[in-house]
Design a protein. Structure first.
Length: 531
C-alpha cells in the first residue's frame, strides 16, 4: 500500500496523464480502503475500493441468484437466501484481504430498489421480498388513483401511484393475504433487514425510503396523507435516517465471524440507482447517467429544490441534501438475455455481428417493450409487451434489434421529459452490464437520442458509488470531484439514422395509444426553470 499522506491529484487533470485506471492492484491501492456490498437483481457481490474509488483486483466476490417470477405478475426473492449469499461474499473477500484487511475503515451497501417484506416481532420474515417488478397490485394502484389526487401525491412523494411502490403493494397484501398481513409487526426493505441481522436495530435511509412511494420528499418524513389511506401505522415502518449515520458494534455472532469489521462504521443501505449515478461520475445536473443493467434508468443528481415534477418522472433522494431526478424502465438487460435464450441467438459475439450488419428500423416491426408493465413515462402497470409487423421474412435477429430499438425509444421519451429541467447540453454517461456487453446497443441508443453518449469505464458503478459516498461520510473524501470519473470517449450519433429512428418512434407512440389507451402527448413536459 502507498502512504495515506500521498497527495491525491484532482480529477480535472487528464486521466491519461495520471495513468489511473478503474482497477488497481493490491500493492498500489491508496489507503484507506472501504468494503462495498452490492445486492442486485441477479448477482450479490462484495468489493473493496481504495480512496480514489478504484476497485482492488482480486478482492471481489460474487454469487448469482434468480428472482422468482410468475405469469400473474409475481416478482419475489428469498431475503434469507440473499443474506446468506452476502455473508459468503464477505467471508471470501475478508479472507482474500487478510494481509491488509485492517486498512478497511468502513462498510457500505446498496440494494436493488424498491423492495418490500414483512417481519414479525422477532424480526423473522413473514413474506417473501417483493421487488419493484411485481405487478400484482395494479388494481390497488388504480383504486388509490380514484381516491386520491395523484398530482398532489406525486408532488409530495416524487412517486406515482403504481404497483412498483409500497402503497398499492400493502393494499394487495391486506386484501389477498389478510391473516398474514395481520401478523406483520413491521414492513421493511432488504437493507433494513440486513441491518437488523447485523446490529439488532433497523432503519431506512432517506434514499431507500424515497423509493417506497411513502416518503414526503420535502419534509423527509413518512407521508401522513398517504398513510391515512393505508391499513398500517407509522409505527409499522422503520425509523428514517441519513446515509451518513452509521452503525457500529456488530452483534457477537458476526463480530466473531469478521473480527476485522467488528469495530468500524457500517453505513445503512442506499438504493442502487443513487449509487450508480455517483459511481459513473454523474453527481451534478451537468451529467445524466444512463444505466442499463437488468433494468434501465436515466437520472440526474441535483442539490437544488425540485418544485414541479413532470408526471412521467420520479424524484428520489440521495441524502438530506441531494435529490435524484429521472425515470426508469422495468426492461433492460433482462429482456436482452431473455431474447438471446428464447430465440437461441448464440453468444454475444454472434449477436453483436448481426446487430452491426443490420440497418436501423430495417425490420418493419413495431414493439412495445413492456415485459413487466410500464414505469416511466406512462406508468401503465397493466401494460404488456406487443410485437407488430411480423412476416414470413422476419428473423430472430430482426426481433432482437426491434426490441433493443424499442427500449431505446422509451429512453428517448424519458430524456425528452428530463432535458428541460437540466442545464444546456448535459453530458450523457452510459454504464451497466448490458451496455458493457453490447456496444451495438449503445450505438442504437446514441442514434435514437441524437446526442453524444460517453461510456463509463467503471464495471460496477453501484458498488463504486456507494463506496465514494462512504469515503465522503468518513471524511476521507472532501469532494466527489476529487476522484477520477473514468469516462471514455463518446459515441457520436449518425444524423441520418437519428432521423430514421424518429419516424420509427412515432409508430411506437401510435401503437401505444391504440393498445395502452393513452395519448403519449398527455404525459406532459414541464418547461419550468432549470436545475
Amino acid at each position: 500500500m502507498t502512504s495515506a499522506s500521498k497527495k491525491i491529484r484532482p480529477a480535472a487533470i487528464h486521466q491519461d496523464e495520471m495513468r489511473i485506471t478503474p482497477k488497481v492492484s493490491k500493492a498500489k491501492a491508496e489507503r484507506p480502503l472501504i468494503l462495498a456490498i452490492d445486492i442486485g437483481t441477479s448477482v450479490v457481490r462484495t468489493m473493496v475500493f481504495d480512496r480514489l474509488g478504484r476497485a482492488i483486483e482480486g478482492l471481489e466476490s460474487r454469487r448469482s441468484h434468480k428472482i422468482e417470477t410468475q405469469p400473474q405478475g409475481t416478482s419475489e426473492a428469498n431475503p434469507d437466501l440473499l443474506l446468506r449469499l452476502v455473508w459468503d461474499c464477505i467471508d471470501q473477500t475478508v479472507a482474500e484481504a487478510a494481509p491488509f484487511a485492517r486498512e478497511i475503515k468502513g462498510v457500505v451497501s446498496c440494494t436493488f430498489v424498491g423492495n418490500l417484506m414483512g417481519i414479525d416481532e422477532k424480526g423473522r420474515p413473514l413474506t417473501p421480498l417483493v421487488t419493484y417488478a411485481d405487478t400484482r397490485s395494479d388494481d390497488e394502484a388504480e383504486r388509490l388513483r380514484s381516491r386520491l389526487d395523484e398530482v398532489q401525491v406525486h408532488n409530495r412523494t416524487g412517486c406515482r401511484l403504481h404497483p412498483s411502490y409500497w402503497p398499492s403493494l400493502l393494499l394487495w397484501f391486506a386484501k389477498n393475504k389478510p391473516d398474514l398481513f395481520g401478523k406483520v409487526r413491521q414492513w421493511i426493505s432488504l437493507g433494513a433487514y440486513l441491518q437488523g441481522k447485523l446490529f439488532g436495530q433497523r432503519s431506512m435511509t432517506f434514499s431507500v425510503a424515497s423509493w417506497t412511494g411513502l416518503l414526503n420528499r420535502h419534509r423527509l418524513v413518512w407521508d401522513e396523507g398517504l398513510l391515512a389511506h393505508l391499513p398500517i401505522t407509522e409505527q409499522q415502518l422503520p425509523p428514517l435516517s441519513d446515509f451518513n449515520v452509521p452503525c457500529e458494534g456488530l452483534s457477537k455472532r458476526y463480530a466473531r465471524r469478521w473480527p476485522v469489521l467488528s469495530r468500524i462504521p457500517w453505513f445503512p443501505a442506499l438504493g442502487d440507482g443513487v449509487a450508480a449515478n455517483i459511481g459513473s461520475g454523474c453527481f451534478s445536473p451537468h451529467r445524466v447517467a444512463l444505466t442499463v443493467g437488468s433494468t434501465t434508468a436515466l437520472r440526474s443528481v441535483t442539490d437544488k429544490p425540485v418544485s414541479h415534477l413532470p408526471k412521467g418522472l420520479w424524484c428520489y433522494r440521495v441524502d438530506r441534501k441531494r435529490q435524484l431526478l429521472g425515470g426508469a424502465l422495468s426492461e433492460g438487460g433482462s429482456v436482452y438475455s431473455w431474447l438471446r435464450s428464447v430465440l437461441k441467438l448464440g453468444d454475444e459475439r454472434v449477436v453483436e455481428k448481426h446487430l452491426s450488419a443490420s440497418l436501423p428500423d430495417g425490420h418493419g416491426l413495431t414493439v412495445l417493450p413492456f415485459w413487466a408493465g410500464e414505469r416511466s413515462p406512462g406508468w401503465a402497470g397493466y401494460a404488456r409487451a406487443a410485437l407488430c409487423g411480423l412476416s414470413l421474412a422476419t428473423t430472430p435477429q430482426d426481433i432482437l434489434r426491434a426490441v433493443l430499438e424499442a427500449i431505446a425509444y422509451r429512453i428517448g421519451l424519458v430524456f425528452e421529459l428530463l432535458g428541460p429541467l437540466l442545464p444546456p447540453s448535459p453530458e450523457v454517461v452510459a454504464s451497466g452490464g448490458a451496455l458493457t456487453h453490447s456496444s451495438q446497443w449503445l450505438r442504437i441508443i446514441t442514434d435514437v437520442l441524437g446526442l453524444p453518449v460517453s461510456p463509463s469505464r467503471v464495471e460496477e458503478p453501484s458498488a463504486r458509488g456507494v463506496s465514494l459516498l462512504g469515503l465522503e461520510a468518513l471524511g476521507f473524501l472532501r469532494d466527489l470531484k476529487d476522484v477520477p470519473d473514468f469516462i471514455g470517449p463518446p459515441f457520436r450519433p449518425n444524423a441520418a439514422w437519428h432521423g430514421r429512428y424518429k419516424e420509427a418512434a412515432k409508430r411506437q407512440k401510435e401503437l401505444y395509444r391504440k393498445l395502452i389507451g393513452k395519448d403519449p402527448s398527455s404525459i406532459g413536459i414541464h418547461r419550468g426553470g432549470q436545475l
